[in-house]
Design a protein around this ligand. Structure first.
Ligand code: CS2
Length: 494
């Protein structure tokens, strides 16, 4: 079988090998601009949208993918070369792969190359929604001050150079200003990041920036822009060289950057789209009046569960999430964490079978075909911790409930931040605060509480003596005996 490069020209030949878009991509208009064309977007929103576009009548919801950062050069070049096409490889629980070419990204732009083009595209009348996957850290929110971080050098740059922005806030401001000048009405800005109240966060952070950059635009935004909250879910590991090779060998498709993901997917969205929206509910998304409980459940069970497995697993020398969760001591610890410390914080989740949800998470984490990288999970923990774990700790403390397990994970993170696992092997830490974390981790060897001094991560946690007492004890326990033995003693007490 001759290998076929993935692009428009080869699409009909490729259709003899795997599923491809049935719709004519040339006739689809761009209704959505999406910023951040990483794996998650391509496995989630672009997948849902592709499903919808299979219906011939839907013509208005093509996606223009924007690569915002210099770091995104490779994905931009790849997608450009492949006419926006890529293969989605779903790794089923039984080990088989379901593959299809996704065609929903009909245009691509590289912001650093031509900022004005991105601004104009966002301001074009056919665009009704701007969606974002800019990571938890991308919202420029400071946990210590609970405010927008104006000290960020990139924000300073954008305030001084409004026409050549670097951050999402600079881009959105210019695009909205242009929409206002052109007399255009509504537009929706929809976050697809893992943040509690991600729509509110987007709105608050954008308005903070706009109040400084273009104060007279605030009123227009309040009237013309909607920011629905949403819960997004699909585990999407980093594509490995092996995945690219396997696709070539089994299907003869030469795709420089396919996306791999789990079969499960969920998207719960508040129906608050001022300028209309795709009928994503026809392809499995749920529209609800209030998404907050779903978000809370997902962030504090799935995402925090990942962090628990990632931090403990990394110290114990594991490379993938399935390896970690299939260690019985970690698994039982995680179950206790979910049941004893997270569940009491969730309140009433009407219509949700929480036990079934927790059970399904253990299955999803344990999927041995996914091979989700612990390095991926532990990356940017400083941005994830305040969203995934800190709210659980805060609520448990308010209720005078146990925080022992969360404190243990926090202490393990302090040890992790020293940079080596239990066998002394160097950990591949990727974190915007890597340096600061490492400095605090070193201080913590004498005085464990020093680690909690990073207020942008921990807020005022350091001042809570109930927490610090348990945290210090956990820290000492980890320095006295290995993680596995600690887990055994913790687990036996429950
Ligand atoms: C992960 C998420 O980044 C992380 O730490 O927990 O990427 C997770 O895989 C997704 O949110 C799943 O929906």
């Amino acid at each position: 079988m001759e290998n076929l490069k993935l692009n428009n020209k080869n699409l009909s030949e490729i259709s003899e090998r795997i599923a491809v878009p049935k719709y004519n991509r040339e006739t689809i208009k761009t209704g959505i601009v999406h910023v951040g064309i990483g794996g998650f977007h391509r496995a989630h929103e672009a997948f849902y949208t592709d499903q919808l576009l299979q219906n011939e009548a839907v013509k208005d919801w093509g996606i223009c993918g924007v690569a915002l950062l210099d770091f995104d050069t490779k994905i931009y070049n790849t997608l450009k070369e492949q006419d926006g096409l890529y293969t989605l490889i779903v790794k089923e629980l039984d080990g088989t792969h379901t593959k299809r070419v996704i065609g929903a990204i009909t245009e691509c732009l590289f912001a650093p190359e031509n900022p004005l083009k991105v601004i104009e595209k966002m301001a074009s009348p056919e665009v009704k929604i701007i969606t974002l996957t800019i990571t938890e850290g991308g919202y420029n929110y400071n946990e210590a001050t609970k405010k927008f971080d104006f000290a960020n050098p990139l924000i300073i740059h954008d305030l001084e150079n409004p026409n050549i922005p670097k951050t999402i806030f600079g881009y959105l401001t210019q695009a909205l200003k242009l929409r206002q000048e052109q007399g255009l009405k509504g537009i929706t800005i929809q976050s697809c990041d893992n943040i509690q109240g991600n729509g509110h966060m987007t709105q608050n952070m954008l308005l903070s920036y706009v109040s400084k950059a273009e104060p007279e635009l605030v009123g227009w935004i309040n009237e013309n822009v909607s920011f629905p909250n949403a819960m997004v879910d699909r585990i999407t590991p980093v594509t490995a060289a092996e995945d690219i090779k396997h696709l070539k060998e089994t299907s003869g498709i030469d795709d420089a950057w396919p996306v791999v993901c789990e079969p499960f997917k969920q998207w719960v969205i508040e129906d608050h789209f001022i300028a209309g929206r795709p009928a994503w509910e026809k392809v499995g998304a749920q529209f609800v009046a209030d998404v907050v409980p779903y978000e809370k459940m997902k962030l504090s069970l799935l995402n925090a569960g990942h962090s628990v497995l990632g931090i403990l697993g990394a110290l114990m020398g594991y490379n993938t999430i399935d390896e970690a969760v299939n260690n019985p001591n970690i698994r039982v610890f995680l179950k206790h964490y979910m049941n004893e410390e997270v569940t009491p914080t969730l309140g009433d989740l009407e219509g949700v079978d929480l036990d079934a949800y927790k059970k399904s998470l253990l299955e999803r984490f344990g999927n041995i075909n996914i091979k989700d990288q612990i390095d991926r999970i532990c990356s940017e923990t400083s941005a994830k911790f305040p969203i995934f774990i800190l709210p659980t700790i805060q609520t448990q403390l308010e209720k005078n409930n146990s925080i022992q397990l969360a404190a243990f994970v926090t202490a393990a993170w302090a040890i992790y931040s020293l940079g080596a696992n239990e066998d002394g092997e160097v950990l591949n830490i990727k974190d915007a605060l890597k340096q600061e974390l490492n400095e605090k981790a070193k201080e913590a060897k004498q005085n464990p509480i020093a680690f909690l001094e990073l207020e942008s991560v921990f807020g005022a946690l350091k001042q809570n003596t109930v927490f610090t007492e348990v945290f210090v004890k956990a820290y000492q326990d980890i320095t006295n005996k290995n993680i596995e033995d600690n887990l055994k003693s913790i687990n036996s007490a429950y």
